[in-house]
Design a protein around this ligand. Structure first.
Ligand SMILES: Nc1ncnc2c1ncn2[C@@H]1O[C@H](COP(=O)(O)OP(=O)(O)OP(=O)(O)O)[C@@H](O)[C@H]1O
Length: 285
């Protein structure tokens, strides 16, 4: 569990990126921080591994303040994946993935063996191991970034718009892979995005942020979709638009689900159709 307690951050020069931010981030779940540009998402993420130091307040991991940990050791114990993969251009894929392990004292041989294993975990072919980052596609680079983030087998994985720079098809693929990985590896993931669709797809919990990282609403996707806290959230999630505002209509050949623009999005099978008033669900008696 990660806990922010009244955390503020003012950068030199006076930008108040985060003001009195408090939040509990549950273990073994994906928590998504979503908000518009400049709302302080990256600053929050980087205060977890002390890449940014809070001006006041504390960040705790399992009850212990990160401010009391050695920043270098702390950083190496937490996975970090960023938008442009952050790979070292003159290192091979294998060496990029193995770096943290080497820094933590693992032998070259063992670090490479583990790195090869991780390429498999993130769905990359072993034949890419000796390539350099510039010889990979954007999507492959991001996978290497994820493998590197997982190298030290951290409990916590911080992801800062990791799929922001790839095309929509690859992005969908990477999102699915992350959900699969999470089911397999059971990490505490803190994921930053400005894309509300991505937040709904990935988040077990979603935190919608306004300026200064003010929490506008926090909850499960279901809670936010069914009860947006205010007009800002409703507008941000597009509550009255397209696929967020579905209704059921009876048509000649069956029951269909129609979006806010009147387009048919799918069908409703008899088993999942809501029971009409007066009927008993199940109907066995
Ligand atoms: N190193 C820095 N020095 C000065 N100001 C900074 C620094 N880093 C961030 N800021 C400012 O703090 C505020 C929050 O920035 P942050 O990067 O956390 O926002 P964000 O929500 O992640 O934005 P984006 O979605 O554009 O990445 C912004 O006003 C930004 O200009």
């Amino acid at each position: 569990m990660i806990e922010f307690r009244s955390v503020s951050k003012t950068f030199p020069g006076g930008a108040r990126a985060v003001e009195e931010f408090s939040l509990v981030i549950p273990a073994r779940r994906i928590t998504v921080l979503v908000g518009s540009s400049g709302s302080g998402k990256t600053t929050l993420l980087r205060m977890i591994n002390r890449m940014v130091e809070p001006t006041s307040g504390t960040v705790e991991i399992d009850g212990a303040s990160v401010l009391e940990r050695d920043p270098v050791t702390l950083r190496r114990s937490i996975g970090y994946v960023m938008q442009n993969s952050g790979l070292m251009p003159h290192f091979t894929v294998l060496d990029n993935v193995a770096t943290v392990l080497r820094l933590n004292g693992t032998s070259r041989r063992d670090a490479h063996a583990r790195a090869r294993e991780l390429l498999g975990t993130v769905g990359l072919d072993q034949s890419l191991a000796e390539r350099y980052p510039s010889q990979l596609s954007g999507g492959q680079q991001q996978r290497v970034g994820v493998a590197r983030g997982l190298a030290a087998d951290p409990n916590i994985l911080l992801m800062d718009e990791p799929f922001g720079a790839v095309d929509p098809i690859v992005r969908t693929e990477l999102q699915r892979e992350l959900l699969r990985l999470q089911r397999e590896l059971d990490k505490t993931v803190v994921f930053v995005t400005h894309d509300i669709d991505e937040a709904f797809l990935l988040g077990d919990r979603i935190v919608i942020l306004g300026a200064g990282a003010r929490i506008v609403q926090e909850g499960t996707p279901e809670e936010i979709l069914t009860a947006p806290a205010n007009d800002f959230v409703a507008a941000f999630i597009g509550a009255d638009r397209g696929k967020r505002a579905l209704r059921v209509e009876q048509r000649a050949h069956g029951t269909v689900v129609v979006d806010a623009d009147g387009r048919v999005q799918g069908t409703l099978s008899p088993e999942s159709a809501p029971a009409s008033p007066g009927t008993t669900a199940g109907g066995m008696d």
